[in-house]
Write a protein of this length. Structure first.
Length: 149
């Protein structure tokens, strides 16, 4: 398991144990996990984003902390939030990450995510010019989400 996966798993477990909100000290967590503080930053900025249903607050300084809270929202609100976060371009890896997150948060079922991932794959979009593919993928993704919301 990669270090970033271990850090994410550790933080997720903290959130589960503490009813969806956890305060961490970056240096302390890095020391506990045997990594550098910048790896903690990377995981937080890439995996605990508002688009993925988290609020992150930080306070710098000697007694600084990072507070991560899982946002509770109904399915429709979550889907609209995801649609609004997509923008005009969506690469395959980001689409898959968003789909996995929606499955993990029980926003969509795994079978729906698999169908969407297949339709959004590079293989399905191979006839579209490479420079236009991510734009089409974003439009398809948003329209699929609108259809199931």
């Amino acid at each position: 398991m990669r270090m970033s996966d271990l850090v994410a798993k550790y933080i997720t477990e903290m959130l589960d144990e503490q009813n969806g909100s956890a305060e961490i000290q970056r240096n302390e967590l890095a020391g506990n996990l045997g990594c550098v503080p910048s790896q903690i930053n990377y995981v937080i900025t890439s995996r605990f984003t508002p688009e993925q249903g988290y609020i992150v607050e930080s306070r710098r300084g000697g007694g600084g902390y990072i507070r991560i809270s899982r946002v509770s929202m109904d399915r429709g609100t979550a889907i609209m939030h995801i649609i609004n976060s997509v923008g005009n371009s969506l690469d395959k890896a980001s689409a898959e990450a968003m789909l996995n997150n929606m499955v993990n948060r029980s926003i969509i079922q795994l079978s729906v995510a698999k169908v969407m991932a297949s339709a959004l794959s590079d293989r399905a979009l191979h006839t579209v010019e490479q420079e236009k593919r991510d734009s089409l993928r974003a439009d398809l993704f948003k329209n699929m989400l609108l259809a199931i919301s």
